[in-house]
Design a protein around this ligand. Structure first.
Ligand SMILES: NC(=O)c1ccc[n+]([C@@H]2O[C@H](COP(=O)([O-])OP(=O)(O)OC[C@H]3O[C@@H](n4cnc5c(N)ncnc54)[C@H](O)[C@@H]3O)[C@@H](O)[C@H]2O)c1
Length: 424
């Protein structure tokens, strides 16, 4: 691994720059003195319109955001609308900017969305795989030294009954040893798309000498960074519905509007988590310490692990400290996943590079809940409470009620046929 800490003035393309993480990342790198080219096809805003979902924090357009950023800080972010599935458009971006590095967020990132029906599974895999392939070919053909920093997910590994290593595992089999990619058992067509991407990236590093960092990121929480707080026009999104919102966001919103926290099944599902400010730090560390040519470096990017039930209990405890009672309800799990399992994932590489984690604190949960309380009249109770996609049968009645694209799948599973069981 080459060490080049403190590199600034790089040309960095942030792909998916209109998204939850992409927009704060574009500002963060711009503030650090990099020349940032922000690219997005605005697909996510379209998917929101199709599915009736929305960010609880109001969002400006990309044009308004970059103008406000320049007015507030004096720094410029170049904004380009482009679809990564379009190879000529990707090649034109490379010709124009000749990037030193790519930070690639530009994918369909919802597991439930990928499970709605055949069309959504196809959309997810074509969007994610073709976009990443186009970037790999553009690197090979135009800027072979460019460093690809690609966002994957901890969900690629699934929940094996052994420790999860960072990308590779040393195996002894029939008396022979090798270091091989860690086995992956992902839990949705979305997570599978990330595994397929990882395989394609690994191959391109071996075949063409591409330098790549594949970040298996945990679930990101928080909606404020040093840059988003500078002006309301610089906000990033906050999703709370069952398609795009994480369990932690949903619980914060449920607590704010006085609803029970709805835990899917037993709630023993354990995952890695990190604060959005640590995402900024991790990606900056990867950028400033690039992978070598031909190296496919894998970092597990999270700082703490929690079960879904632990998160709900943390929030209930925090509310109790304010004299508020919060109930936890166990509801039927729309997903196919283990609800009690071993989970111990390594995450040392980013700490070795200097990451100093912000751990999940009551103060952060309080600030998220306080933000939601101010906007509680904007919360759609059905989107908050009702899963609209079942892993077995796809989009249900709730999906069809909100979506402009009705599913044409088998008979629907509708949650709510069974009353939630109160745990406490
Ligand atoms: N948010 C999390 O907790 C989390 C956790 C693990 C991994 N990740 C990964 O991090 C990345 C960013 O996540 P996010 O939460 O910011 O997602 P997001 O949906 O908010 O942002 C993704 C952005 O990519 C854009 N995009 C999608 N396809 C595109 C294409 N073909 N061409 C151009 N732009 C395209 C979308 O319009 C959107 O603005 C994703 O790859 C996701 O899988 C996120």
């Amino acid at each position: 691994m080459s060490a080049s800490n403190g590199r600034s003035g790089l040309t960095v393309m942030v792909l998916g720059a209109d998204g939850y993480i992409g927009w704060p990342m574009a500002m963060h790198l711009s503030r650090l003195g990099h020349r940032v080219v922000a690219v997005d096809n605005l697909a996510r805003r379209r998917w929101d319109r199709e599915g009736g979902t929305y960010s609880l924090v109001p969002l400006r357009s990309m044009g308004q955001r970059v103008r406000r950023w320049e007015a507030v800080t004096g720094n410029q972010i170049v904004w380009r609308r482009a679809d990564l599935r379009n190879a000529p458009a990707v090649n034109a971006l490379f010709q124009e900017f000749r990037p030193h590095a790519l930070v690639h967020f530009a994918e369909q990132r919802s597991a439930p969305f990928s499970m709605v029906d055949r069309r959504h599974a196809e959309l997810t895999q074509v969007n994610n795989l073709v976009g990443t392939l186009n970037l790999l070919f553009a690197i090979r053909d135009q800027v072979p030294d460019c460093h690809l920093i690609k966002l994957g997910t901890m969900g690629e590994y699934g929940t094996p009954n052994i420790d999860i290593e960072e990308g590779y595992i040393d195996i002894e089999h029939n008396g022979r040893r090798d270091r091989l990619p860690f086995p992956k058992v992902p839990g949705s067509f979305y997570h599978l798309s990330k595994v397929h991407d990882s395989n394609n990236i690994h191959f391109a590093t071996r075949a063409w000498g591409v330098r790549a960092t594949d970040l298996n990121q945990g679930v990101v929480y928080g909606f404020e960074t040093d840059d988003t707080v500078l002006h309301p026009d610089l906000n990033t999104r906050f999703d709370f519905d069952s398609i795009w919102g994480t369990a932690l966001n949903r619980f914060c919103v449920q607590a704010a509007v006085g609803q029970p926290l709805t835990v899917y099944g037993k709630g023993g599902q354990t995952r890695g988590f990190l604060d959005i400010r640590d995402t900024m730090a991790c990606i900056t560390l990867a950028l400033e310490n690039p992978a070598d040519r031909g190296e496919c470096r894998v970092f597990n990017q999270f700082t703490e692990q929690f079960s879904v039930l632990q998160l709900a209990e943390l929030i209930a405890k925090g509310r109790k400290a304010h004299g508020l009672d919060t109930t936890i309800a166990h509801v039927p799990n729309p997903r196919i996943e283990l609800e009690e399992h071993y989970y111990n994932a390594k995450h040392q590489h980013l700490l070795d590079l200097g990451l100093q984690p912000h751990l999940l604190a009551d103060t952060l949960l309080d600030s998220v809940i306080a933000m939601v309380e101010k906007r509680s009249d904007k919360v759609d109770a059905v989107l908050l409470e009702q899963p609209s996609v079942s892993w077995k049968t796809g989009g249900n009645e709730v999906w069809d009620r909100y979506s402009t694209h009705k599913t044409a799948g088998p008979p629907r599973a509708v949650r709510g046929e069974e009353a939630p069981q109160k745990a406490r």
